[in-house]
Design a protein around this ligand. Structure first.
Ligand SMILES: [Zn+2]
Length: 243
């Protein structure tokens, strides 16, 4: 069984008291755990659900700060506070992220740059990456477990399809940043675009995330549900899903 726990889901920046993009994915059979995106606020929430220094890997989908900046807190805590005593944690990151870090990662992170079409094994999870429609290189991620698959859009406009992550997604975690009536730049999706994207990819379940704090949550959910043709769930910090 794979589980997904929402550590942060605010779009592009933290809402009041909230957290930007970040997720904990675990494969329970093997004890594998992946911190997928490390937006502001998510390192704190990560510690509510697992020991951050036992992570199997960290995935950073792109260099926008709302997807990686809390890895700085991880490095600081590991180096100065807790006496980090393990092999460096593997990081799989899009190009560009590493250059933003302000601290040395020596002994703490084992950094690997990945790109479109790459795949890596983390425990019994197979991770594969697809470049989305978003200005810096941004990598949607499929996490394939022994018996189920999770697809994460990261950030993307509607020109990229979740089907690029392959068939058989048991759950699609897809960004839905705004409503159709109040669209921003086409490097993100509306609720409607997320819903039709997931439907066309054949996803069994859809969880929408990365909503701008100014976008109406009920409207995003309603238009996503209509376009998906089924029940859609809205990500919220602490919410968990099993697949
Ligand atoms: Zn972005």
């Amino acid at each position: 069984m794979i589980s997904l726990t929402i550590l942060g889901c605010d779009g592009s920046h933290q809402d009041a008291g909230g957290a930007a993009s970040g997720y904990l994915v675990r494969s329970w059979a093997s004890g594998t755990s992946v911190w997928m995106d490390a937006g502001p606020g998510t390192f704190g929430n990560l510690q509510r659900f697992t020991d951050p220094f036992q992570l199997s890997a960290i995935v950073l989908t792109h260099e926008h700060h709302d997807h990686f900046s809390d890895v700085e807190g991880f490095i600081t805590a590991a180096r100065w506070v807790y006496g980090f005593a393990r092999d460096p944690v593997p990081v799989y990151a899009a190009p560009g992220v590493r250059g933003h870090l302000t601290q040395s990662i020596d002994g703490i992170l084992d950094w690997h740059e990945v790109g479109d079409g790459d795949g890596v094994d983390v425990g019994d999870l197979r991770l594969s990456f697809s470049r989305t429609h978003h200005p810096p290189v941004t990598l949607a991620t499929r996490l394939q477990g022994p018996s189920s698959a999770l697809g994460y859009s990261a950030d993307s406009g509607p020109e990229w399809s979740l089907s690029a992550l392959g068939p058989g997604l048991d759950l699609a975690l897809c960004e839905a940043t705004y409503t159709s009536d109040h669209k921003g730049p086409p490097i993100h999706m509306s609720g409607s675009e997320a819903g039709s994207n997931a439907r066309l990819a054949g996803a069994r379940r859809l969880v929408v995330t990365h909503r701008w704090p100014t976008a109406d949550a009920a409207e995003v959910l309603a238009e996503a549900s209509e376009a998906f043709g089924g029940t859609v769930e809205q990500a919220a910090v602490g919410r968990g899903y099993s697949l």
